[in-house]
Design a protein around this ligand. Sequence first.
Ligand SMILES: *Cc1c(COP(=O)(O)O)cnc(C)c1O
Length: 462
Amino acid sequence: MKYISTRGQAPELTFEEAMLTGLARDGGLYLPAEIPVMTHDEIAALAGQPYEEIAFRVMWPYVSGSFAEDEFKAIIGRAYEGFGHDARAPLKQLNENHFLLELFHGPTLAFKDFAMQLIGQLFQVALKRRGDRVTIVGATSGDTGSAAIEAFRGLDAVDVFILFPHGRVSEVQRRQMTTPADSNVSALAVDGDFDDCQAALKDMFNDFDFRDGVKLAGVNSINFARVLAQIVYYFSAAVSLGAPHRKVSFTVPTGNFGDIFAGYLAKRMGLPIDRLVVATNQNDILHRCLSGEGYFKGDTIPSISPSMDIQVSSNFERALYYAYGEDGNAIAQLMDELKQGGFSVSQGAMEALRESFDSGRVSEEETLATIRSTLTHSAELVCPHTAVGIKVAEDHRAADVPMITLATAHPAKFPAAVEKASDVHPPLPSRMSDLYERPERVTRIANDLGALEDHIKRHIAE
Ligand SMILES: *Cc1c(COP(=O)(O)O)cnc(C)c1O
């Protein structure tokens, strides 16, 4: 499989090259040149298989030129062996026709472990084979960073630097980033918000001297390997509710559009998904855009679902690429307009987006009320991101199609909001109950490209 850029001006790469590169050199994001399709029978045959087997069958066409079959199976095995649940992504029922897909049984208690654990193993195998090493820099609103540090710590071919907005991540998220003692991973607390961190990361990738000098690689959700790993649980969940013989819908708490874009690819691969519903908090650029108001940046307002406090949604570029008929020039032009504040979406592209996506926005009060009511009516304590999803899902539910809401984090990752809503303190799973006793290691740093690049260069040289 060859990989192409959404902006049409970067060289075609193999899966391995696209994974190690992250952002394309024309500023675009990599996508497979063709989306592989699974037949009705192939999808039906996934029912009852272990998660790892489903993962292999769904992802294999995307990676087959870069890894051997046995090698890839072993990578998948190592990626998911540290999960605290044999099903990896179990489904729970909330009411007649509404299900929760629990994606928080990985080592850092959020769905990002599904992709990051896989990518850690993929990088290790690929870099060992090449005799090479890379520097990974990631920007995080909380969960990506902890998942990356957990996935890469101790791997000798990789240095990892994670930028997070100082004071804007939860204590559990911060401690998950600052307590691992391995010398190849570092947490940097940036004086800015998540969009500043993400912008600094993009600038580093566009500074080719720095990029080549430190062999910069990215594992943010712009990395196609991340998206790929997330396609799998759409299949595992849908077949356990009767696909491909019946349709299902998904509601996805959304920030950077990575998780829900994986659902879009699952649909294009042949999984009978009826609706893909984007759920946002008060940072609602995606909801406004899908409501026909254009894609215009606002200010990021801190919320109780901080992993979705995003105003520029990087992976949305991938959805736009398909909505604009795979026209890289059109996407490059839109992204130029975005630098000026935003753009309106053409009528044809809006129709294409609406074929797959619906959307809803949830206020802070509604999020708290949903945590409370879900505990009362379904005996489930949910994190605030998941609550945003549940509320939007209830507004979009159809009687004849099961709705699956993605539960993106464990409630113990966001204890303050959960306790405020429900008066219940969500305990950490026992396997990580000493998190608050471990010593922290963190560098506070200005929101300044030069300062960040200097720190990284010096730290690698050490
Ligand atoms: C990252 C994250 C999201 C948003 O996912 P995207 O892929 O950025 O849309 C939602 N909930 C939680 C808990 C997250 O960590």
